[in-house]
Design a protein around this ligand. Sequence first.
Ligand SMILES: Nc1ncnc2c1ncn2[C@@H]1O[C@H](COP(=O)(O)OP(=O)(O)OP(=O)(O)O)[C@@H](O)[C@H]1O
Ligand SMILES: [Mg+2]
Length: 141
Amino acid sequence: MLTDNYHTTSIKEYLNNLVDDIINLLSNKQNLTVEKQIDDFQLDPKTLFSIGLITNELLTNVMKYAFKNRDSGLIQITLKEHDGKATLTIQDDGNGLPDGFDIDKQEGFGLMLIKMLCEQLDGSFTIENHIGTRSTVKFSI
Ligand SMILES: Nc1ncnc2c1ncn2[C@@H]1O[C@H](COP(=O)(O)OP(=O)(O)OP(=O)(O)O)[C@@H](O)[C@H]1O
Ligand SMILES: [Mg+2]
């Protein structure tokens, strides 16, 4: 069964391909630099798909909002694993979050979906202004 916990998959190739696909589909800039540092470890399908959905929403937001009215941008995606815990960070050097941003008062579905998925994983999610915008997801593996 697709969602059983016995088949694990390597996150590195999955996430690398996902990130490249999203960037290639959504990028209309020539001066976009993408840096990836993704540890290689195994994840069960449920966690893998959740991390895929979260990455999709976060990167789509970066492409939609971070570099508006800019002609270049840097996106850094890191996934680190240590002692059974993993941290996914998506950092851009763009415009930052809008003034008065409140994560609990968003009308879009993206951040709401991310929060739900992080809760299901028993993980945590933060989004903050740091350089541009930095999002951090922590979860157990
Ligand atoms: N990387 C980012 N840089 C700047 N602003 C951001 C970034 N990520 C999110 N935001 C802000 O957070 C808001 C909420 O994001 P969210 O993904 O929940 O909704 P959305 O993208 O507007 O709609 P949807 O995800 O449903 O298409 C965005 O409208 C945007 O103002
Ligand atoms: Mg969104």
